[in-house]
Design a protein around this ligand. Structure first.
Ligand SMILES: Nc1ncnc2c1ncn2[C@@H]1O[C@H](COP(=O)(O)OP(=O)(O)OP(=O)(O)O)[C@@H](O)[C@H]1O
Length: 262
């Protein structure tokens, strides 16, 4: 279940050895529209998986199911071995495709919303943490700005900082860099890799950007078709830290592009 709560004690229902994310035979309908058909996915603890596919193939739907936002679906989706319909894990953070910021609150307050429950934004250390995140996403100088005063890319970075504030064990990211210029995108991708490396976070990232998928992920799930199904899975075994121009990264990008049929 999506939460801004304090990281919980180990879930007693969790069986050791369970993958962090498990999806089996997932089918999701919206009325007559079948968004996903019979999708399987396993993401092990600390793994970085990217999900790519054409517009409308069900990428966001997959993340919404995993985050506990969808109750009605066929098949099974579990986080830390606990079915999302039974609450999943408390330690899941999601960054949505649209920034979803509080219009009346400034950047500092919007980021502070992501702090774990019980942490008073005025408590010692909390402001430092918020300021650090604002700096990480390159928005120092805009801490007192309201969303209406920010560009789309800046708003997206506030949303990312809010998602990172909670320090979840699992991060579900829906196109978190899509509104960024190339240079800022590269910086933010590397920031995310740093967070992932430092904390061992398990990440599922939806993206339209094949270079991004090849550079960041251990494994790339390519969805396709209508309804969306798994077209193929591509492993990216290139050692880290990676060079964006490493022949294996380039080969992975080409393999993803081929699988997408573009
Ligand atoms: N709330 C909803 N009600 C009805 N149909 C929906 C809803 N959400 C998604 N859909 C439909 O489900 C399908 C998958 O949508 P989804 O947003 O998951 O695709 P996507 O791959 O993330 O697309 P994009 O890359 O454009 O963001 C689409 O046909 C979409 O129209």
């Amino acid at each position: 279940m999506l939460s801004t709560g304090e990281p919980s004690e180990s879930d007693p229902e969790r069986e050791s050895g369970d993958p962090t994310l498990t999806v089996r035979g997932l089918t999701k309908r919206y009325g007559d529209t079948v968004a996903l058909q019979d999708v399987d996915l396993t993401v092990e603890e600390g793994e970085f998986v990217a999900v790519v596919g054409p517009s409308g193939c069900g990428k966001s739907t997959l993340l919404r199911v995993l985050s506990g936002l969808e109750e009605s679906f066929g098949g099974r989706a579990a986080v830390d071995g606990v079915d999302v319909r039974d609450g999943g894990s408390d330690d899941v953070g999601m960054v949505f495709q649209e920034p979803r910021l509080l219009a009346w609150a400034d950047v500092r307050e919007n980021v502070a919303v992501g702090l774990p429950d019980g942490v008073d934004p005025d408590a010692p250390g909390a402001q430092e943490r918020v300021n650090e995140l604002i700096e990480t996403v390159g928005l120092d100088g805009f801490a007192g700005s309201r969303p209406g005063e920010l560009s789309g890319g800046m708003a997206q970075r506030v949303s990312l900082a809010r998602g990172l504030a909670y320090r979840p064990e699992v991060l579900l990211l829906d196109e978190p860099f899509s509104a960024l210029d190339q240079l800022t995108k590269y910086e933010q991708q590397d920031n995310l890799l740093e967070v992932w490396t430092e904390r061992g976070t398990t990440i599922a990232l939806v993206t339209h950007d094949v270079e991004e998928a090849a550079y960041l992920a251990d494994r790339v799930l390519v969805l396709g078709g209508e309804p969306g199904t798994v077209a193929t899975v591509i492993d990216v075994d290139t050692p880290r830290p990676r060079d964006r121009t490493h022949p294996e990264v380039v080969a992975a990008r080409d393999a993803i592009t081929d699988a997408l049929g573009v």
